[in-house]
Design a protein around this ligand. Structure first.
Ligand code: GLC
Length: 436
């Protein structure tokens, strides 16, 4: 087979016409409705016990944002009149070869992970200030209240022992007491999508859906009348687990070799952690078909970093950056221009498919709350793909416009930078303000 025939087949697999996006959005709506009414569904539809902020939230807050390989700690102040001031914000790596720690692998214990986070909270808090604590914990949790959240299952290939099945609020509170901070206790635990929605809705009207398009992928939305309470509540859909999509043979290979086959099907097709992996699997297939050089590195997981994908996608002219990445990652020298073009096309198709699949799920969420699209809707989005990948946000918006040709401008996306940390602060202040 030659390169051009290979690419024609690849397009068949990866290009999603609008009709297919529509079907996906309908399947997504069905999964939402089923999950919400407690029927079996790939969407967990987890209640968050919080609605949109009013602007009246106030007080000193320490916010923790943990959802991947770094944890961020913020010291913030809400004035009760719609504004928030971040006094300090620091990021700490949970995997640090120099310091010799890895709190995220199968050897790490819950007490080590939360002990480390608590020690960082102790470093950032100012003596004499009374804080409420908001914790963005970006994994699927069953919530019993705003500050009780039981981790159902780790995602994003994290494996720390003793956390699954446990209340992360209680784990953190024990660690905070151990770090000499018995007065600080978990007041709110939220998902990062929920944090993103809270942060965006704090300063803008009509935001009722929020998503993370980064290392992981997930979306939440404001359910206007939640069946459990009859009142508005944000629902964390854990949409990375949506399975109403067609996997290519490359997606199936990726899934079979992942830590938890069969789970997080959508996330494995769209999120930053996996996009480079899909590309590596395609490149490896091309190499086996004699279309790219042989390379042992093609078998190594996580070789392509996010920034490599960005460089290739925006590469132009003689595609020298593509050559540079191919050499550094896969020791491939002297690729022909045709081979470089093929690599660029593979990556671009994979990234475009990600944006279009995500758009289809957004469409499902928006139509769930407003079937006739009577009102404007903003979807707040955080994460590296949306923020940094060249073309990604435009592909997403274009797919939404294709899905709503008679309502252009009704469904818009917006960047919500650092929303998950700020959102934790808003959630803690909300919990405390409502308790008074
Ligand atoms: C994973 C987690 C989810 C989180 C998302 C983005 O999908 O399961 O809870 O929101 O990553 O960080």
């Amino acid at each position: 087979m030659d390169l051009s025939t290979y690419l024609t087949q690849l397009r068949r697999d990866f290009v999603l016409p609008v009709a297919e996006l529509k079907e996906i959005s309908i399947a997504f709506q069905h999964a939402m409705a089923a999950g919400l009414s407690g029927k079996p569904s790939c969407l967990k539809m987890l209640p968050s016990f919080i609605a949109l902020p009013t602007g009246k939230e106030h007080g000193s807050v320490v916010a923790i944002d943990f959802g991947g390989t770094n944890v961020r700690v913020l010291d913030a102040e809400l004035d009760g009149a719609g504004s928030i001031q971040v006094k300090q914000m620091k990021r700490f790596p949970l995997i640090d070869q120099v310091a010799g720690h890895n709190f995220l692998n199968e050897k790490a214990e819950a007490s080590q992970l939360f002990g480390y986070i608590a020690s960082k909270v102790a470093q950032l808090t100012r003596p004499g200030v009374s804080y409420s604590l908001g914790h963005t914990f970006s994994f699927p949790c069953e919530q019993l209240s705003i500050n009780q959240a039981r981790l159902l299952v780790w995602t994003k290939e994290i494996k720390t022992r003793g956390v699954e099945g446990q209340d992360v609020g209680a784990l953190l509170d024990t660690a905070l007491a151990g770090a000499g901070l018995p007065g600080i206790k978990s007041d709110a635990i939220i998902n990062d999508t929920v944090g993103t929605l809270l942060a965006a809705a704090y300063s803008k009207k009509d935001v009722d859906v929020a998503s993370i398009c980064g290392t992981g992928h997930n979306t939440c939305y404001l359910e206007p009348v939640h069946p459990a309470t009859g009142a508005p509540m944000i629902v964390n859909m854990e949409s990375g687990n949506f399975d109403g999509v067609t996997q290519t043979r490359f997606d199936k290979t990726l899934d079979a070799g992942s830590d938890r086959p069969g789970q997080q099907i959508l996330e494995k097709m769209v999120s930053g952690y996996y996009l480079g992996e899909i590309a590596r699997i395609v490149f490896s297939d091309m190499s086996m078909s004699g279309l790219l050089p042989k390379s042992e590195n093609l078998a190594n997981r996580q070789t392509l970093r996010g920034i490599d994908l960005d460089h290739i996608i925006e590469d132009a002219g003689d595609l020298s950056r593509t050559q540079e990445v191919a050499k550094r990652c896969f020791l491939m020298d002297d690729l022909s221009l045709e081979q470089r073009r093929a690599m660029k096309e593979v990556l671009t198709r994979i990234a475009q498919r990600s944006a279009r699949l995500v758009a289809a799920t957004f469409q499902g969420a928006v139509l769930h709350v407003d079937p006739a699209l009577k009102s404007p809707h903003f979807i707040a989005i955080g994460g590296s793909l949306f923020e940094k990948m060249p073309g990604y946000s435009a592909w997403l918006q274009q797919a939404l416009d294709e899905l709503n040709p008679t309502a252009i401008g009704r469904v818009s996306t917006m960047l919500a930078k650092d929303g998950s940390g700020i959102g934790a602060a808003i959630a803690a202040a909300t919990a405390v303000t409502e308790r008074i």
